[in-house]
Design a protein around this ligand. Sequence first.
Ligand SMILES: Nc1ncnc2c1ncn2[C@@H]1O[C@H](COP(=O)(O)OP(=O)(O)O)[C@@H](O)[C@H]1O
Ligand SMILES: [Mg+2]
Length: 286
Amino acid sequence: MSRRQGSGIRDPGSGVGDQEPGVRDRGNPGALLRLESCTRAFGGLVAMKDVDLEVHPGELVGLIGPNGAGKTTVFNVITGIYEPTAGKVLFDGKDISGRKPHQVARAGISRTFQNIRLFRALSVMDNVRIALHLRHRHSFPAALFRTPGVANEDRAQTEEAHRLLEALDLGHLSGEAAGSLPYGEQRRLEIARALATHPQLLLLDEPAAGMNDQETDRLMEIIREIRRVFGVTILLIEHDMGLVMGICERIYVLDYGEVIAAGLPEEIRADPKVIEAYLGVENDEL
Ligand SMILES: Nc1ncnc2c1ncn2[C@@H]1O[C@H](COP(=O)(O)OP(=O)(O)O)[C@@H](O)[C@H]1O
Ligand SMILES: [Mg+2]
């Protein structure tokens, strides 16, 4: 089987927490995001099965699992790209299952994609300005005649775009074409764009994919920093356990579409089911 490929568990560490595994993963009515028994099938293939997941305001939560485990499907169901076949998605207490992607975005959820989506021919600055534009929309006559309000807002948008680019270490590249940037910087630009809509919840799909170790370390610092500066709650998909263990407060592990473990990083690291799901990699490849 080649669906698994990956880094396995790095640095198993020593400490096992004294918390009961899984105690913290359910039952909080104040959750910002809550998936209740969410299932999504594609024909006969169940990509996501009975998934229960919660993210509380201000948390940084990881979602990990081998390739093909269903991680991106979870994001696609949250953001309205796919409707759940069964179950519910609640955001801020409201049922958003079945809403369209633009409605979900307007409700306060923003995401990046595993396959980068940028306007490659446009500058880094314009990529962010376009995203900002979606938030501030003027009436057509006001925009046409560039009333003073519009001019002021243009200036405010340029300033905000600069702030976002600085936060993502991209300030010095604002005039470059997005498509000419190295991979790691394109991924950071995607995050800047996602933040431009002022989301309450930011979903990052494998933000470190294609980055070297140094870029990955820097990205972890940036992710911590944007949570603090922008006050955003983050759900992060990662294939690499090392990255997730380093920054996430709680972690969910998916395997074959099901949550096989949920808890603190040290609990996840020591969980035999998780170790097996990841070690399947090496065994498969032998
Ligand atoms: N639109 C789709 N149509 C058919 N199968 C899909 C679709 N999206 C995802 N899948 C399948 O669902 C499973 C989970 O995929 P995915 O969520 O992308 O996994 P991950 O992000 O964990 O690698 C895979 O077997 C994938 O081929
Ligand atoms: Mg994926």
